[in-house]
Design a protein around this ligand. Structure first.
Ligand code: SF4
Ligand code: SF4
Length: 211
């Protein structure tokens, strides 16, 4: 029986030149070459979001963000694993939100910077799951948590968007908040809540017909 030998490709990972089969992921390539990488390596299934990498492909000047376990080797590819702290200052307790009428107020207490979104698209560009991140932030800011949460269903909490955001919005946590409150409360229609919020602040303008 004829055995097919896979052609090796040459890639650079974390500054190390490695020759490995193109059927391997960037993580497998490190192991193949004898580098015992375990930091930032998680499920190996594209779910946990731990293996964040920056990738530059041969003959391209563009650097893209990706997950190491989901990225197969290509000739001339340069890869760097990213390890960065991922703190979030956004803390809340769903049990302390008295009812669904208060969800929007709580959102703006926890994420006051969400309304400052510059629509710079940094989050969308950095997302390896191609999630419409900034659109989700905009929806959540308007109290449309169910729709916002649906956009983040594929989110793996890799924190690329949080790192990319110049306004420290932590869009992934906005998405998580949206999904949690949607599940925890059966949130009432956002247009009704928005209307009541305007009334609560005394900002409702009423035009009276004098005729
Ligand atoms: S939304 Fe943010 S945390 Fe979620 S997968 Fe995309 S970049 Fe990663
Ligand atoms: S990176 Fe931040 S500021 Fe820029 S579009 Fe995304 S959420 Fe808005």
């Amino acid at each position: 029986m004829e055995t097919q030998i896979e052609q090796l490709v040459t890639v650079t990972i974390n500054g190390k030149e490695i020759k490995a089969p193109p059927s391997l992921s960037t993580i497998q390539a490190l192991w193949y070459a004898g580098y015992p990488r375990v930091q930032s390596v998680g499920c190996l299934e594209g779910v946990c979001g731990s293996c964040r990498i920056m990738v530059r492909r041969a003959e391209s000047t563009e650097v893209t963000m990706a997950l190491g376990c989901q990225t197969l080797l290509e000739e001339g590819m340069e890869v760097n694993f990213l390890v960065f702290p991922t703190p979030t200052h956004h803390t809340y307790n769903l049990a302390e939100i008295p009812n669904s009428w208060e969800v929007q107020t709580e959102f703006h207490r926890v994420f006051p910077e969400a309304v400052n979104c510059r629509v710079c698209n940094g989050c969308n560009k950095s997302c390896p799951k191609e999630i419409q991140v900034k659109e989700g932030v905009a929806l959540a800011s308007k109290g449309r948590f169910q729709e916002a949460g649906e956009l983040f269903v594929e989110c793996v909490m890799c924190n690329f968007c949080m790192t990319a955001c110049p306004e420290y919005i932590a869009p992934n946590h906005v998405g998580l908040f949206s999904r949690r409150v949607t599940a925890y409360f059966h949130t009432r229609p956002s247009n009704l809540i928005n209307r009541l919020e305007v009334m609560r602040k005394g900002e409702l303008k009423v035009e009276i017909d004098q005729d």
